[in-house]
Design a protein around this ligand. Structure first.
Ligand code: NA7
Length: 550
């Protein structure tokens, strides 16, 4: 075996990876793993023989060549995935005059705020990475939140972005006047710039349930994203309201320590049985030497998410059927028929964001866990009162009730002097042109705004595509000597119509409530396939669809 070429060993390792991920048979999977381990030994030895360098990322890259002409000053809001992608790519493109305003004391956005037990991403780690900063060191198939935060920290260090970040600075108001954006912070300071890039994310503002008596609970109570890091659930009677991805991860983790866990479920969810494999130290070391394998892993998972999952959500019946079968088979593993009935959704798979978990059903079947489907009447000092009159006494209450996913950057009070206010422009629902600009708002460029592909594409990939689009837009403006840009209203209207026409094909409007729908039942995420989004982002921008002012 060790006489094979390095290229063949890489091929075989990758084929074994695909085989392992494609089989549901544990013995076959174990055989693939064993073969991979042998190949890792060979590949590590080869790396030494061939004098391969560890693919270390090294010091921050030199600034890209400055585009000719005056440098625009760019104000980015948020040092999460979107803001950091923007900073890294600006730096690479030579735009040195930018500031990232971050209200927290550290970077990472969602991955800074969410510190609950079991926090992890539901997108495979090799794909939940920037294509320009692949990470051989992921420890698991679905990386824990802490690792993702560390990864983002590494991105910031590598691109030397910390010096551009203003931590602990909350924005109050963004006013466009006299041809510039004036960003006023809560301390009254005004930061001026030519472009405003809100990269504030959408899993950001906690949505608290409108349950009567919420404030009367006398013990610890947290939104899932505000559980203090290291909070000790040991020996406590824990109540968790909600059963989305956050709840599923919390419950699966906390059940090991808590005296009892009660999950208050309003609507059953489909659960896709995804094992969360650990990646061995040897595998990680091997991958450091083989960027070509990192690329293949990235491409493989991208294809799996886009064609397998993404296309299913926007109408591919074959993909929907495969996901439905896997979820139904998972549900069938629940031995107690009463519990199984409680956990059976009455809407199609993927209508709500699909939950990936290999441990939730196991947790629910533990003797110290109860799934409560009687609805909540009110919260009282000692616990949760159900509509049938029972009181579930608790020592700690977790509100895993999601986020205000449609707020986007409304809180920033964005407005144009003598012109529109963002909240008015979005009165009938958030919108944008091609997920980037907004008619009536000069030099306002979103990363992760309305019509981003939050459905299925990795947020990292989505941000990267948008940022590359923005850089091309800035470069083209420079070439044309333009200083101000905004989408033409009719082009934006046509784009919104295109998105709304495609909604009917999606599984998101097949009869469930989810965070994809706003309070009017309107969808403001990308409604076509992930490939169509990638195509739009990489072929754009078409500056004929924008108004340009020199
Ligand atoms: P989600 O997925 O929005 O889930 C919120 C959960 O909270 C869901 O089960 C809701 O039930 C439930 N909920 C919300 N309000 C209430 C009230 N008032 N009463 C009872 N139950 C309620 O949020 P997550 O934080 O879990 O996940 C967000 C995303 O983060 C996730 O999709 C991943 O991409 C990462 P409902 O189903 O609406 O009946």
């Amino acid at each position: 075996m060790d006489t094979m070429s390095t290229a063949t060993a890489c091929d075989l390792w990758f084929q074994a990876e695909v085989g392992r991920l494609s089989t549901t048979d544990e013995r076959t999977a174990a055989e693939f793993s064993r073969r991979q381990e042998e190949l890792e030994d060979i590949l590590l030895a080869r790396a030494k023989e061939e004098g391969r360098a560890v693919n270390e990322l090294g010091p921050a890259p030199e600034w890209g060549e400055e585009p000719k002409g005056r440098q625009p000053r760019i104000i980015i809001i948020g040092a999460g995935v979107g803001g950091l992608a923007m900073g890294a790519k600006l730096r690479e493109a030579g735009y040195s005059d930018f500031v990232i305003i971050e209200k927290s004391t550290d970077l990472g956005g969602t991955w800074h705020h969410n510190n609950y037990p079991g926090v992890a991403c539901d997108v495979a780690s090799y794909f939940y990475s920037f294509s320009f900063f692949k990470n051989p060191a992921w420890s698991q198939m679905f990386a824990p939140g802490k690792e993702i935060k560390q990864y983002l920290s590494d991105v910031a260090d590598h691109y030397d972005l910390r010096r551009n970040i203003r931590f602990g600075t909350a924005v109050d108001r963004c006013l466009y006047k006299d041809g510039r954006w004036h960003v006023e912070t809560q301390t009254g300071e005004v930061i001026e710039g030519d472009f405003l890039v809100p990269a504030t994310g959408f899993l950001h503002i906690p949505k608290l349930p409108d349950i009567p008596g919420l404030d009367s609970f006398e013990h610890d109570k947290f939104h899932s994203s505000r559980i203090p890091e290291g909070y000790d659930f040991s020996g406590k009677r824990v109540g968790v309201i909600g059963n989305g991805s956050s709840s599923v991860q919390i419950v699966s983790s906390v059940v090991e320590k808590a005296a009892h866990v009660t999950v208050f479920q309003r609507t059953a969810q489909w659960i896709f049985p995804a094992p969360n494999d650990y990646y061995s130290e040897k595998r990680r070391r091997m991958l450091e030497y083989y960027p070509e394998l990192m690329q293949r892993l990235f491409d493989f998972f991208m294809d799996m998410y886009n064609t397998g999952f993404g296309n299913g959500a926007v109408g591919d019946k074959e993909s929907q059927r495969r996901f439905a079968e896997a979820c139904e088979a998972n549900l069938a593993t629940i031995s107690d028929p009463e519990l199984r009935t409680k956990l059976t959704p009455d809407y199609p798979v993927m209508c709500k964001r699909l939950i990936f978990s290999h441990s939730y059903y196991t947790a629910l079947q533990k003797p110290n866990c109860t799934l409560e489907v009687e609805q909540i009447d009110r919260i009282e000092a000692q616990g949760v009162r159900l509509t049938d009159g029972r009181l579930v006494e608790l020592d700690v209450l977790v509100l895993a009730t999601g986020f205000d996913t449609h707020a986007y950057c409304r809180k920033l009070d964005i407005q144009v002097a003598n012109g529109p206010l963002l909240v008015d422009a979005w009165q009938e629902g958030a919108r944008s042109f091609e997920s980037i600009g907004l008619a009536g708002f000069p030099n306002l460029l979103f990363v992760g705004g309305p019509y981003s592909t939050v459905g299925n594409l990795s947020t990292m990939t989505c941000a990267e595509l948008q940022v590359n689009y923005i850089i091309r837009l800035l470069n083209e403006m420079k070439q044309r000597g333009a200083t101000t840009i905004m989408p033409k209203q009719d082009e934006q209207d046509r784009f919104v119509e295109e998105m709304e026409a495609a909604v009917v094909n999606t599984v998101w409007v097949t009869g469930c409530r989810s965070w994809y729908l706003d309070e009017r039942g309107r969808i403001d995420i990308w409604t076509k396939s992930p490939e169509a989004f990638m195509e739009r982002m990489t072929s754009g921008p078409d500056l004929n669809k924008y108004e340009l002012i020199a």
